[in-house]
Design a protein. Sequence first.
Length: 100
Amino acid sequence: MKSKDLEKRLSDLSVQQVNDHLTRKDSEHACEACGTRDWRIHASELEGLVFLELPIFGMGGIGVPYCFLPLFCGNCGNTRLISANMMLDEIDEHEASSQD
Ligand SMILES: [Zn+2]
């Protein structure tokens, strides 16, 4: 199970914050499979953003999930997994530094 803290931080994220993060990190560069730049995330007004939890093996972490934002290529379906923790940390740092 992911921590309550992570769950709360993810549910508080807006689509705009995520899109701005993806732009800052150039996460939407051309698809390695088909060369287009038609990247999509799944989000709805009611349910918010869609994240994935994937269980890991090793490092004492059997059964501990990693959490990712799936970024789908709208042309071929190739999917990039963006670390939710790294994304949250970068957004926090970016927003803290923009308030200075
Ligand atoms: Zn593609």
